[in-house]
Design a protein around this ligand. Sequence first.
Ligand SMILES: [Cu+2]
Length: 446
Amino acid sequence: MQCSTCMKIWDVGGTECPYCGGSPVQEVEPDWQYGYRLKGEEGGGIVMDRRQLLRGAALLGLAAAATGSGIGYAATRGGGGSAEAGPREQVAAATATPVSVPAKPTDVEEISRHPMDMPRTADYTLYDKGQYQNVVQRAGPITQEVHFNLAEVVATMVDGTTMEFWTFDSTVPGPMLRARVGDTLDFFLHNPPDAQMPHNVDFHAVTGPGGGAVPLDTPPGGSSNLRVKLLNPGIFIYHCAFPDIPDHLSHGMYGLIVVEPEGGLPPVDHEYYLMQSEFYTERGGRLAYSQLKDAGHLANSMEFGNMEQPTFVVWNGRPEAVAGHRAIGVHNDDRIETGQTVRLFVGNAGPNLVSSFHLIGEIFDKVYVEGSFDLVNRNVQTTLVPAGGATGVEFKAEVPGDYIAVDHSIFRIHKGAVASLHVEGEDRPDIFNPIKTNNLRSAGSH
Ligand SMILES: [Cu+2]
């Protein structure tokens, strides 16, 4: 059913909206492309003006450009982008526009931590105020003093749609830490006085009860300090584990800590930091993220978390965070050239879903299975990243063009799980040679 007043949808019947008490309510049914439609009416019964229609069609086009997904092809075929949009496009446009609560003013301009924003070395002795400082010449194990500042912020999830995030250092994911086995982590957690609640950190790299969570419980206005020795190498996640743990995890409180093996990791030309996670909102999981633009402020939903039906599944905090001008390899000081090697540190915070990590058009030459540097698999297409786990992958870029990293549970690209990577260089017809193509996509990669 759908409320005609607040436009929210629920599964079981009734004549009154359980959210706002409004009436009348209308019966809806699942729609193969857009999630739902008014029952039996194929878009009929939704009154729209021409401006709304065009806006909805434009949003679909944007989504297609960002994802390279089939949405765009279907929309073009059905007349999206023109004033002659068909009934399915009308439904899509209508679902993009209802606003229950207006978008809130944002506390940060960008919630996403860029994949390049990570330490290039494990040889620093201070992380503070967002900076990796005091790089040293390592002769053996070192002590790293690390300061995380907690921040509960409102930020943009998609254009016109805000959410509340709880963060380490104001981004999702939080800062990546990098040490070497045998190092000591002298960790400080600071919670500002205006915070709503306590937070902590459970480091999966830490040996000891709770991974440090309980001693790091930090109330608003407080700080805490835990000193640990890193006994095991690997790629680990960390996350807030203050009760209710699912509530804190699903607000964005996680990141990676890489503990390099003795002697360090083999050198590569480029390294990046990617982290998958889900966000659960009152809108549930019916719509594509592109249909949730201009949806106003979306409250977190424990109900949809319990049902494991995310609204968003994302790389680095929000849909399209690693695309367009924020894609990997498009920045002047970080071009990936053919012949160069790339390493991705990939975490999965969950809270619920297992990721089937795949880079379309590449084969991983090496996979550090489940984040362990001791188990290397080779020539892998797709690798599993468990919720609360991580992996590392390496590949050599041979053919220029645009590549897309996905969770190959593939409907999740509708929910935002797409990250783009660009490779430059001379064409390699000896490896990849389009003999006859039909140019169906004018915005092709190459
Ligand atoms: Cu927390």
